[in-house]
Every structure is written in structure tokens, then in C-alpha cells.
Write a protein that binds this ligand. Structure first.
Ligand code: ZN
Ligand code: ZN
Ligand code: FE
Length: 765
């Protein structure tokens, strides 16, 4: 940009990610280097600057503000106005001022390379200190109580900086200038090692060594990390991993691993450039990686049973670095909770809730303000896609379109599973961290706290609540108790809108939303939907022929029930002609019972869900009859495709009303099964059929932009094949990147749904 300036004095307002990232010292150094005078401070909206001097230098100042800004910062908006000259005689960094609280908060950042060098340097005063950090790294969102981001507003307020730390903190040329969590072994947080009774066994470095020793001996150690406690066991100790599974009541769901370094990851997993970048990024998520064929046989097979992928991350705090450097083996590192509960953040709570899971506790005295699980990401079609947004990514802010900034404040309460909430406030949407499954009482409490907490940070008071149309979701029930204007948003429409925001896309689009189940209309559960979204409206234009969920929700845990109802709909004799592995899942009397229930149309709900179709086919193929976690059978079906390359697909048909008839496909699957074709081949053909259905409907609708959203599009085979086929047919496919395609994205979609609803109403008036 070119600025023609005649004024010699300017006031500059900057918003975006400009706090806690070394932005003010950057401004300070820039102004000093250019010989300009004035000041900079943190405002509640961002950063405010008054600067005066030579017009040419001022021009350079404005340009460099935007071209040389610190790596972790992001400027969303910069405005400057001439002001009366004051006659400053130096440039200084001033105290923060209060105002409207709208500045985006920075997520927690993994340890930077400078801090890392220090903690492994015996001559450095932070040698082996587990809480070293600086302006470029360390805790942020996990320690903030309120804005602006200054030490007294964080959980570091109880730690008084020693003279040396204070000097660093006050020196604009130091890496720790205004690093709010700045700490050292003299003045900062410390470790203790405790038993289940809460007795302190050792402190400081000895605590770390004792924890290392315990892990080596196969103990389960609960470690207070950045956004909560993690349960840690040795990744090469089968017995320890089994013990963890039993105590955590988690029989099958894969555990994540933390590796000491990239080299060791590369020995076990395929890592391409993008995956490497993601693993070593400041966000340091768990990255889903493909296991190598010759991966380390030392790795406990119980970590991810029957799974060709591993969820892998690198150490992201000095504490993790110190542990892993000493142990030099991969560790299982999983959120510390019982299944479905939120992650523990408080030591008393940890001793109480984890007392039957963990043998020992490695704890520190820096309070964690809010729970943040480890985030999960994977590369889909050469781009990063987040499956769970939490530590390192939350909170997330997305600028609203300019014409929506005068909107009433909206709270969106999200879905039921994988819940997140979002708020629309001033010119931004803020998305919370992953909260979880609301049917768990503690998670529902965490949901309530997150609403208070995220709202509290921004002094946000909602006037409107957007919620799922499902009346039974606890999030919807919460909305109904709030005495505010409510806007229900249909689940799959919300999925599509979340993908629109993720891609900064304008309608019209053809949205394809496939997931487990969501509340639809006419008492059916939707989940295999093709929705046309126009500038002002939306319409369901195609869907899968509904089928019965035998026993309703029960069939989610037991895909074999779905298999029975699909086959019954084909008029297969359930007593005589079932595929053998499926037949073996039932006793004779059970089969007679289910046959009668199906024939008499008792005890079922109807669904058009593709996720459930996956489950049913998985069971018919003998892959997954029962599941212990959501998506397990469908994932197993996806994994089966890995051994086959084929573009073949099955027949399907469409009714006049564009209802997709899956029956011809299922008949052909049974034939292939009878002819002993490989499960892998049948599975690939099944996936390909779904992709061809997408292409066929896209051609019928003729909308260029096609959105792929919903939990089913976490399936790598499905989404990558759909992208390729749509491109080949000259469509422009869009999928998810920053916002999860699963129900973690629903709250953001609800916000846009509410905005669209409000503007539709306004335009009618
Ligand atoms: Zn650092
Ligand atoms: Zn200190
Ligand atoms: Fe969904």
C-alpha cells in the first residue's frame, strides 16, 4: 500500500491478533529505529498508537507495521487518522486502557526454539525449568481470566516476578518483554509428585525424575499439562496400556501418542511435508498419520487396535520436552477423564476423579483457567483439516461480513455430541474449544461454564440464542430456559453454513451434509442430505431412502441391528439368508423377535443417515457389529478400502423426487459377498458408489459450488475421492479446514443461520 502523508502526527488503531504476540515491542522498536516519537498501548479492542515525526518516516512506519509484524500476529483491521501534534520527546509503551472487549485472544503456543535451547543449557538460569516461556510461546487462553491480556488478569497473578524476570519483562529489547506468564525457577510455578492420597512424595526436579521412573515401571501417571491433566503411560508397555484401557473404560478408541522427536515419528509413520509442518507448528496438534508397514514392533498394539493410523503429537511444553527427552520412547498421552467426561484441570478434582485410574500425579501450582483438550488434525487433499479444535487453536475468531457488524449479539449453543458454542459479538464470531458429549453431567456443566466464561471475557450479553432444532438436545433445552429470542437451526443446514464460513463462500451452493443423525422433519432423523442453499433460503432437494433404526438409539451402539433392518427392507429372509458372520451375532430366538418387530413396524425410528448406512454395511460385511465409540464401524469400513484400488461402483437409482434408492447397491453387495469377493474390494466399491451418487445429484442440480460437510466427510477415502470426481466433472468442491466437519462446527453454522434468518425477516418488513 502507498500512503501519501502530509500530517506529522497520527493515531493508529489496529485490531486482530495483536496482544500477547510481542506486537507492542515490535511497534516500539520500529518507531525508535525510524526516529519517531509517541506511544503504543494495548486497548481492549487491540492496539492503539500515537506517533509523530517526519512524514516520510511515518509512511515507512505504516508500511512496515503491516509487512514486518511479528510471526504470531495477524492484523484484521488498521485505521489511521491525523491528530494535533503533541510534541512527544520519545517513544514509549504505555499501560493498557479499558474499552469494549473485542480483541481476539491468542491460543496457547508450543515451546519456541529459543526457550527450548535454554531449558537444555546447563548454564542457563532456566535449565530444566518446566515452565519457561516467552512472547513467542507458552500459555495464553488456558491462563486468561479477563481482558486485556495483562499478568494480573491471568492465573500467573499469584506469582511475583523476581528481579531478573522483572528486568526481562520491562526491557523492550528482551524476548520476554511483557511476556505475561514470564517465570523462572526462583519465582515461578513448581512441580510436585503426589500419590493417590494427595501426599507429596517429591518436589521440583526430583518430582520430574520420580515421574519418569514411574512411567518406566509401567505406572499410569496423571500429569497436569497446559490445558488439563493427561494420563501418561509408556507406549511400549502393553500391560500398562491395557491397564489404562480397563481403568478408563475405553476398550477400543485409539489413544494418542506423544513422541520425543520427529525422527522417531518418521520411523513409525509416513510423514509428508505438510504433516511435518503441522506436527512442528506452534499449535502442535495431534496429527493423524498413516502407520508404516514396518513400524516399530515395540509399540504396544493396544494403542490403536485394528487401525492403520496413529494419532501423534510432539512435546509442546517444557515439561513435556523434559519428560520425553529423558524417556526417549513414545508415550500414550490421553485426556485425563473417564470416558465422555471433560478433561480434569484442577488437582483436587483430579485426585477425586482420577483416583481409580492414575497411580501417581505430577502436578504444578499454575492454575488452569479452562479445560482444553489436545486438538486433532489431519491432512485432507493436501490441506490441513481440524477434527477437534481445542488447545493451540481455541478460541477462534472469524471476522463477520461488513454488513452484519451492527447485529444483535447472538449465542449459538451447538449440537449434542462434540459440542462447541459460538458467539457473534461486534464484528467477530468467536468459537469455543471442544466441549464434548452433553449427555454427561460434568460435560454439561462445562458447557454452562464455557458459555459464562467466553461471554465473560468479552462482556458479551446475548439477545438471541441459535440452537439445534432437535428438542431433546440438552443444548436446545438450555436455550429454552434462557428467556431470550430463540432461532432454531436445522442440523444439516447448520453443517453446510459452517463450511460456507470456513471457506468464506457466498451462496448459492449445493450442500451435501452426511453424518450420524440429526433432527430433520416429519419424525425422521436426517443424515444423508442434499440441500440447496440460496442467497435467502434453503431447501432439502435429495436424500437417502429412509430406513429403520431398530430400537432407535440402541442401533447406534449395535450396527448389527441396522444391518437387519436394511436387509429386511430388501425382503431378505432374516432367518435363512443372512450373511454368516451377521447371523452368528444373534441367537435364533433373537432373530425371530427382530423379524417380528420389523414386520409389525414396532419400536423404530426412521433415518436417511449415511453414517448409519455405513454402520449397517460394515456389519453386513462382517467388519463391525457392535461399537464402543461413535463412528467405529464406519471407520473400520473405511480402513478396509486401504488394500484396494478400484473405480468400480454399484448401481443405484433415484425416484422422481430425488430420493436415493440404495437397495440395488445392497443387493449387489450381497452378491459380491456370496461370490467371495474381498471385503476390501466391496468396501471400496461401496465408497465409490456414494461418490457417484454425489456426482449424479450435483449434475441434476447444476450448482457449480458443492459443499462436503458432516461427520462422514472425515472419511479420507470418501472426501478425497469425492473432491477428485467433482473436479473431473467441472464442479468446484469445498470441504473443511479450520472448522470441524463434525458437530464441533455446528455452533458456527447456527450463528450464520440466525444471521440469515434475521435478515430474511428484516427484508420482509
Ligand atoms: Zn519461547
Ligand atoms: Zn524469576
Ligand atoms: Fe452432525
Amino acid at each position: 500500500m502507498n500512503y501519501q502523508l502530509i500530517d506529522q502526527s497520527l493515531e493508529i488503531n489496529i485490531t486482530g491478533l495483536v496482544q500477547g504476540v510481542g506486537f507492542r515491542p515490535f511497534v516500539y522498536r520500529l518507531a525508535r529505529n525510524l526516529g519517531l516519537n509517541g506511544w503504543v498501548n494495548n486497548s481492549a479492542e487491540g492496539v492503539l498508537i500515537q506517533v509523530e515525526g517526519n512524514p516520510e518516516k511515518l509512511t515507512q512506519f505504516l508500511t512496515k507495521l503491516q509487512s514486518e509484524n511479528p510471526p504470531r500476529s495477524r492484523i484484521d483491521f488498521l485505521e489511521f487518522n491525523p491528530i494535533e501534534s503533541i510534541g512527544y520527546d520519545n517513544f514509549e509503551i504505555r499501560e493498557s486502557i479499558n474499552g469494549d472487549k473485542t480483541t481476539p485472544i491468542l491460543p496457547d503456543l508450543s515451546t519456541c526454539s529459543d526457550c527450548l535451547k535454554e531449558i537444555f543449557d546447563p548454564h542457563n538460569r532456566r535449565y530444566h525449568y518446566p515452565f519457561a516461556n516467552c512472547t513467542n510461546c507458552g500459555p495464553r487462553y488456558s491462563i486468561i481470566h479477563s481482558l486485556p491480556y495483562d499478568r494480573p488478569n491471568t492465573s500467573m497473578k499469584g506469582f511475583v516476578m523476581c528481579a531478573e524476570c522483572q528486568t526481562e519483562y520491562e526491557n523492550p529489547c528482551d524476548r520476554r518483554f511483557h511476556a505475561q506468564p514470564n517465570a523462572c525457577p526462583i519465582c515461578g510455578p513448581q512441580l510436585t509428585f503426589q500419590n493417590r492420597q494427595g501426599e507429596i512424595l517429591s518436589i521440583k526436579n526430583q518430582a520430574l525424575l520420580d515421574a519418569i521412573n514411574a512411567i518406566q515401571q509401567g505406572k499410569i501417571v496423571a500429569i497436569k499439562g497446559l490445558g488439563g491433566f493427561q494420563l501418561i503411560v509408556s507406549g511400549i508397555d502393553s500391560i500398562a496400556v491395557q491397564k489404562l484401557r480397563e481403568r478408563k473404560h475405553r476398550p477400543d478408541k485409539p489413544f494418542a501418542l506423544m513422541y520425543p522427536n520427529l525422527n522417531l515419528i518418521q520411523q513409525d509413520c509416513e510423514v509428508d511435508d505438510l504433516e511435518e509442518k503441522l506436527l512442528t507448528s506452534p499449535e502442535a496438534p495431534i496429527v493423524i498419520l498413516k502407520k508404516k508397514h514396518d513400524y516399530s514392533q515395540n509399540l504396544a498394539p493396544e494403542i490403536a487396535p485394528d487401525n492403520p493410523y496413529l494419532g501423534v503429537m510432539l512435546p509442546y511444553t517444557p515439561l513435556h520436552h523434559l519428560l520425553l527427552a529423558k524417556l526417549n520412547i513414545p508415550l500414550v498421552a490421553t485426556s485425563a477423564n473417564l470416558s465422555d467426561e471433560p478433561i480434569c484441570i484442577d488437582e483436587k478434582d483430579a485426585l477425586f476423579r482420577l483416583g481409580n485410574i492414575a497411580d501417581l500425579f505430577l502436578i504444578h501450582n499454575r492454575p488452569i483457567v479452562r479445560p482444553l483438550d489436545d486438538s486433532i488434525a489431519r491432512i485432507i487433499n493436501h490441506q490441513e483439516t481440524l477434527l477437534r479444535r481445542a488447545r493451540g487453536y481455541a478460541p477462534f475468531s472469524i471476522p463477520l461480513a461488513p454488513n452484519t457488524s451492527d447485529l444483535s449479539p447472538i449465542l449459538a449453543v451447538g449440537s449434542h455430541l462434540k459440542n462447541t458454542i459460538a458467539i457473534a459479538h461486534y464484528q467477530n464470531i468467536y468459537l469455543s474449544q471442544h466441549i464434548g458429549d452433553l449427555s454427561n453431567k460434568l460435560t454439561y456443566e462445562a458447557f454452562n461454564q464455557t458459555i459464562e466464561n467466553l461471554g465473560g471475557l468479552y462482556e458479551f450479553k446475548p439477545q438471541i440464542i441459535a440452537h439445534d432444532a432437535h428438542p431433546d438436545y440438552l443444548s436446545s433445552q438450555y436455550a429454552h430456559t434462557q428467556n431470550l429470542e430463540l432461532i432454531p437451526i436445522q442440523h444439516h443446514y447448520a453443517h453446510i453454513l459452517s463450511c460456507l464460513i470456513d471457506n468464506q463462500l457466498e451462496p448459492p451452493v449445493l450442500g451435501i451434509a452426511w453424518d450420524g443423525t440429526g433432527y430433520g422433519a416429519n419424525d425422521t432423523l436426517w443424515g444423508g442430505e442434499f440441500i440447496h442453499v440460496t442467497q435467502t433460503n434453503w431447501q432439502r432437494i435429495a436424500y437417502f431412502q429412509p430406513f429403520k433404526l431398530l430400537g432407535g438409539e440402541k442401533s447406534v451402539k449395535e450396527p448389527k441391528r441396522i444391518a437387519l433392518s436394511l436387509l429386511a427392507q430388501l425382503e431378505i429372509n432374516l432367518l435363512e439368508n443372512l450373511p454368516i458372520t451377521l447371523k452368528n451375532q444373534f441367537t435364533k430366538s433373537e432373530l425371530i423377535l427382530f423379524k417380528n418387530i420389523l414386520a409389525k413396524n414396532l419400536n423404530y425410528s426412521l433415518t436417511s443417515s449415511v453414517g448409519r448406512l455405513f454402520d449397517g454395511v460394515s456389519s453386513i460385511l462382517g467388519i463391525g457389529h457392535q461399537v464402543s465409540f461413535e463412528g467405529q464401524a464406519a471407520m473400520a469400513l473405511e480402513f478396509a478400502t486401504l488394500d484396494t484400488k478400484t473405480d468400480e461402483f454399484y448401481d443405484f437409482s433415484l425416484t422422481q423426487n430425488k430420493i436415493i434408492q440404495w437397495q440395488p447397491m445392497l443387493t449387489a453387495i450381497l452378491e459380491d459377498l456370496n461370490n467371495n469377493l474381498s471385503i476390501s474390494f466391496i468396501s471400496a466399491k461401496f465408497h465409490n458408489t456414494l461418490v457417484e451418487i454425489i456426482v449424479a445429484i450435483a449434475k441434476l442440480v447444476g450448482e457449480k459450488k458443492v459443499i462436503l460437510t458432516g461427520g462422514c466427510f472425515q472419511n479420507l477415502y470418501l472426501v478425497e475421492k469425492a473432491i477428485a470426481r467433482l473436479k473431473a466433472e467441472n464442479f468446484v468442491p469445498y470441504w473443511h479446514h479450520q472448522i470441524p466437519s463434525n458437530d464441533g462446527g455446528i455452533s458456527v453454522g447456527q450463528i450464520l443461520g440466525a444471521i440469515r434468518e434475521i435478515s430474511r425477516k428484516n427484508s420482509k418488513m
